[in-house]
Every structure is written in C-alpha cells, then in structure tokens.
Write a protein of this length. Structure first.
Ligand code: AMP
Length: 187
C-alpha cells in the first residue's frame, strides 16, 4: 500500500510516518529529509536550496519532483511508500498522480494531520531543544506554517474528496494518533 501523510509543520507527520513504516514495513519518503540531505552533502541542489529552506520557503517543484522521481520508480519500494511532506502544492499532487500512474501504482490512504498554530509553536520549541534543526527558529516556524497553509490548502481540497481521505486531530497525544492511523490501515 501507498500512503500520504500531510499537515502543517509540527503536526507530527514525521513521527507518525516513522511509526507506520515500522508497523507496516513501508519506506518513508520525506522530502524535508531528502532536501536536508542534499544540503548536508553539499550537492548542486543542496547549494541552491540551502537558503530557501533555512528561510522557511519551499524548494521549487522541479527540484522536489526530481528527488521524488527516483524513489517512486525504485522497484524495491513499489507499493511500500509513505509520503511525508509531499505533495505540498497542487502541482506536486498532480505530478505525483502522474508518476504513480506511470509506475502502475496508486495512493491507498491519505491522512491529514490538522493542528493549530499555537500547538505547533509549543511543539517545535521543544523539538528545537531536542533535535537542534537549523530551520527551527520561531520566525521560520511561523513562516513555514503560513506558507504551508497557503500553498497546501488546494492540496487539501484536491484530496479531501477521495474516499480514502482521513482528517486527524494532530493536537491529540502521539500514541492516540498512532492507534487511530493503525486501525484505519489495518482494515
Ligand atoms: P519538513 O521536514 O517536511 O518540515 O520540510 C522542511 C523544509 O523543506 C520545508 O520548510 C521546505 O522548505 C522544504 N520542503 C520539504 N518538502 C517540500 C516540498 N514537498 N516542496 C517544497 N519544499 C519542501
């Protein structure tokens, strides 16, 4: 099965994706991780996006789609994908549909982890101390949240009509969210 998990920064997408990966033997596709990796390895892409990411802006669709393509067409990972942080714009969502179609796959479950801004701020402040992510300062967080809400709203509209779309309150306890997701995936 292929799963999309999306929601604003700090909603717990990464944590939940990680949990589902282990439970259902899937492969986590985090565009944030893929992009941070490019920066860390100082690749050509990494040099282009370093500033963009640290300001809280989105990397271009061209760059992100290119990184995603390698994973979607990897036969080892076929039908075992959980997308975390992708798609984030309507054009990315359409591109993903096309790539899945061309690789004879589909999305089986879509989870939207919804969370309000105050809860996000509290959570990311905590993560900043624990993980020391360079894009985790308050201004960046607020910008990322706003950018996300603006750009991702059309993605929400695009997927919410799908019968396999589930909205989950991201403000609930991590373990409770995991249980809910697991129940849905186990049906
Ligand atoms: P994340 O780890 O998902 O919170 O992503 C961290 C940062 O990477 C975001 O704030 C964006 O700057 C960038 N990023 C991650 N995923 C995408 C995407 N699908 N499209 C564009 N930029 C992205």
């Amino acid at each position: 099965m292929n799963v999309i998990i999306f929601g604003p920064p700090g909603a717990g997408k990464g944590t939940q994706a990680h949990y589902i990966v282990k439970k259902f033997n899937l492969y986590q596709v985090s565009t944030g991780d893929l992009l941070r990796n490019e920066v860390k390895n100082k690749t050509d892409i990494g040099k282009v996006i370093e500033n963009t990411i640290s300001k809280g802006d989105f990397a271009t669709d061209e760059i992100v789609n290119e990184l995603i393509k390698k994973v979607v067409f990897d036969t080892q990972k076929k039908n075992k994908l959980i997308f975390d942080g992708y798609p984030r714009s309507l054009s990315q969502a359409k591109n993903l549909n096309l790539m899945l179609y061309n690789s004879n796959q589909k999305i089986d479950f879509i989870f939207f982890l919804n969370i309000n801004k105050d809860t996000v701020i509290k959570r990311i402040e905590k993560r900043k101390i624990l993980e020391k992510r360079s894009d985790d300062n308050l201004n960046t967080i607020l910008k990322r949240y706003d950018t996300y809400m603006e750009t991702t709203r059309p993605v929400l509209d695009f997927y919410s009509k799908n019968p396999n779309f589930y909205e989950i309150d991201g403000g609930e306890k991590i373990a409770d969210i995991s249980t809910k997701i697991e129940q849905i995936l186990s049906v």
